[in-house]
Design a binder for this molecule. Structure first.
Ligand SMILES: C[S@@+](CC[C@H](N)C(=O)[O-])C[C@H]1O[C@@H](n2cnc3c(N)ncnc32)[C@H](O)[C@@H]1O
Length: 271
């Protein structure tokens, strides 16, 4: 597999994606000298922003935690020579967070990943244990109830219908019935409840509606977790090809120039 294949890297370069992450970092209100964690760091888009915020004072540290070794390698390369904060890269996952943290943190950011976690309560408890009192837990997600605005639903149906047809006609394949965790969606109220029940008070919450371009849908079509989510059981190269062609067809069928999607952003502090 070529380096970076099926990673989030291409998708994470889109300006709307960067805007959403930037907004979450602003809401988190970080200060130079703080010790923070980028949980589910992927290829390092958020890590870079955190370094920019906390660098420049003694004691600043950014811990990038990511289960995928290949994503972590790209993150390491992307962060080479950036800022003067100490950056530590750790291959691990949210469920084992408190094993990694030696000294309580000022903030944990979990961007575009909380929906991937099955035991959400356990993970929120792990985050709570890793923070100092008053420390901040911030996350965002576009896999919650209400992420797809009503006016986008026809597009998603058309995209998936086109993809299933192409998969059958070109490869005589159909996805399995497996339902990945991201398809078990929580509502905004359920995320509120999750925070309250596990030691946090919600400080701020925003819903951002972004317009996604055709290129961004083509890029997400090449991302491993998206392919596994929408076409479970299908080989990644086949899934990527079919999803890209199908999204081109769906845009053309419906004469679209973009499609809207909502992101939920939440910032909570440890009581
Ligand atoms: C969509 S990417 C987001 C990457 C980056 N945070 C961003 O916002 O661009 C989701 C990342 O979460 C990671 N992930 C999946 N399960 C995880 C878990 N249990 N704990 C921590 N990270 C996880 C994936 O490997 C992936 O890199």
């Amino acid at each position: 597999m070529p380096d970076g294949a099926f990673s989030i890297e291409a998708f994470s370069q889109h300006s709307f994606y960067k805007d959403v992450i930037n907004r979450l970092v602003i809401l988190t209100d970080l200060k130079p000298g703080q010790r923070v964690m980028d949980l589910g760091a992927g290829t390092g888009a958020v890590t870079r922003l955190l370094v920019e915020k906390v660098a420049g004072q003694a004691g600043s540290e950014v811990i990038a935690v990511e289960p995928s070794a290949s994503a972590l390698d790209i993150a390491r390369r992307n962060l080479e020579g950036v800022g003067d904060a100490v950056v530590r890269f750790v291959q691990s996952k949210a469920e084992q967070l408190s094993d990694i943290v030696r000294k309580p943190l000022d903030a944990v950011l979990f961007c575009n990943a909380i929906h991937l976690v099955k035991e959400k309560a356990r993970v929120v408890e792990e985050v709570c244990r890793s923070l100092r009192q008053g420390g901040v837990f911030s996350f965002n997600t576009t896999f919650f109830e209400g992420a797809e605005p009503p006016e986008s639903q026809q597009f998603y149906k058309r995209w998936m219908l086109r993809a299933l047809r192409l998969l059958k006609s070109r490869y005589d394949l159909s996805p399995t019935r497996e339902k990945v965790e991201a398809r078990h969606r929580l509502s905004e109220a359920q995320y509120d409840q999750l925070m309250l029940e596990h030691g946090f008070v919600v400080k701020s919450k925003e819903m951002l509606k972004v317009e996604m371009s055709l290129q961004s849908f083509e890029d997400i079509s090449g991302y491993e977790l998206w392919i596994r989510g929408v076409l479970p059981g299908i080989p990644l190269d086949v899934g990527a090809e079919v999803l890209k062609d199908a999204v081109d067809d769906a845009f053309e069928d419906l004469q679209l120039s973009s499609s809207p999607r909502n992101w939920l952003l939440m910032v909570a502090s440890k009581v």
